[in-house]
Design a protein around this ligand. Sequence first.
Ligand code: DQA
Length: 145
Amino acid sequence: AKLLVLHGPNLNLLGTREPEVYGRTTLAEIDAGLREHAQAAGHALDSLQSNAEHVLVDRVQAARTDGTAMILINPAAFTHTSVALRDALAAVAIPFIEIHLSNPHTREPFRHHSYFSDHAVGVVCGFGADSYRYALDAAIKRLAT
Ligand code: DQA
């Protein structure tokens, strides 16, 4: 199947951005690891990072017709702000898993609310770059059933 990984704003800076919160793994390393793992399980994985809300909305809309079976998304700061991205995911009706490197629930109160969690298949947070890997394992398992 086809999997789509979406990364929100500032995640292009992973590796150097607040490493005590987000770790030292770069986004390129995360994407390469995910692609390899997905391919080994017989799936194709496409990924996109953007700092722009409309680029992420457009990519979600495109997923409606490109055969994407499941979306893995770290909306980053848009987690707490973006009705538009939430609506896009609802519109395409493709199941998605919400991912965070940190555990937002242990952080500032404004990070405790997500516009995505109540529509997500599941949420993986708090495991650094491994959060993506655990989410991919969950997606692969779900696609097999
Ligand atoms: C994040 C958590 C968000 O609160 C924050 O705005 C991010 C990254 C995470 O992966 O831990 O940019 O989504």
